[in-house]
Design a protein around this ligand. Structure first.
Ligand code: PBG
Length: 329
């Protein structure tokens, strides 16, 4: 007795495999994170993120032009703020002439059609490395939301197409949406980091921005009172649905690979686009293993990106975007 149905027929050569392939990663899928610093002619490699760089604004210009030529049409900006500009309230975050605000203008000048999203959270601006304001050892919610809201409007004024609140304070999406409406920014979108977990995979990113929580008395050592417990699933759905009700145009799950069950579940549950952030630690792991010759870099990159898309991602924020373009040929 031999099987009549043979699944291997559909796998017998690349032509048939490509004909029946369900998930194709394309340049259109990517949102490219970019780190900017003050200064001139700076392109410095981030030690824990091999081949990933911080750019001063003059070199950012070339970088976004190159991305555009490669078919990468959306960027997500992060600013590395000098220590002397950091304080508890993130005052520098709302400076109309701050690094982030100038970075938005730089990208728009260099490449007017490039979609620009900005990270909204206080950690790069906070002297304590937290996403909100600290008082008596606690991260304040509503006071932080006020600053995050002002910060969002300031990014919109600079020309950001989308603001991307990554802070996980309660109620910030509604507050930001209302402020944007009040100021006439009807077309400025919100991509909410809605299911953002308290993850150890953010380590290299905190190196990149020098934004890790400080080790001081009365300062929380981690972000577990605002970012989600990675043991939880229903909470991710609740957070995401709330953000949509408050006005999020795009929702996000973060990190990527360890959370693809959450991605699928949210994709099945909601009808707005779902973004996934393949974070810095995920990038660093692949680079490190590949450097040692323990993994085939390009094969693993495409397998991970395809898995993220297969799980339901409409948008992939990834440090591998340029690698993927090269690999796709
Ligand atoms: C800031 C922010 C973080 C990341 C994106 N926005 C770090 C954090 O929450 O500590 C992580 C991205 C990455 O690891 O690649 N709120």
């Amino acid at each position: 007795m031999y099987p009549i149905i043979r699944n291997r027929r559909l796998r017998s050569n690349e032509a048939i495999r490509s004909l029946v392939r369900e998930t194709i990663v394309s340049p259109d899928d990517f949102l490219v994170p970019l780190f900017v610093v003050e200064g001139k002619a700076i392109k410095e490699e981030i030690p824990s993120m091999p081949n990933y760089f911080r750019y001063s604004l003059d070199l950012l210009e070339n970088e976004v032009k190159e991305l555009w030529k490669m078919g990468l049409k959306s960027v997500l900006l992060f600013a590395k703020v000098p220590d002397n500009l950091k304080d508890n309230k993130g005052t520098e975050a709302v400076n109309p002439d701050g690094l982030m605000q100038r970075a938005v203008k730089t990208v728009k000048n260099a490449c007017p059609d490039m979609l620009v999203m900005t990270d909204v959270a206080l950690d790069p601006y906070s002297s304590y490395g937290h996403d909100g304001i600290i008082e008596n050892g606690l991260v304040l919610n509503d006071e932080s939301v006020e600053v995050l809201t002002e910060m969002s409007v300031s990014h919109a004024e600079a020309g950001a197409d989308f603001v991307a609140p990554s802070d996980m304070m309660d109620g910030r999406i509604l507050s930001i949406r209302e402020a944007l409406e009040d100021d006439g920014f009807y077309n400025t979108g919100i991509m909410s980091y809605s299911a953002k977990y308290a993850s150890a995979f953010y380590g290299p990113f905190r190196d990149a921005l020098d934004s890790a929580p400080v080790d001081e008395k009365d300062i929380p050592k981690d972000k577990k009172t605002y970012q989600m417990d990675y043991a939880n699933r229903f909470e991710a759905i609740r957070e995401t649905e709330m953000d949509i009700d408050e006005g999020a145009d795009i929702v996000m799950v973060k990190p990527g690979l360890c959370y693809l069950d959450i991605v699928r579940e949210i994709k099945n549950e909601v009808d707005v686009p779902v973004a996934v952030y393949q974070v810095s630690g995920e990038y660093a792991m692949v680079k490190a293993a590949a450097e040692k010759g323990w993994l085939n870099h390009d094969a693993v990159v495409m397998e991970q990106l395809t898995a993220i898309k297969r799980a339901g991602a409409n948008i992939i924020a990834s440090y591998f975007a340029k690698d993927a373009i090269r690999i796709l040929g």
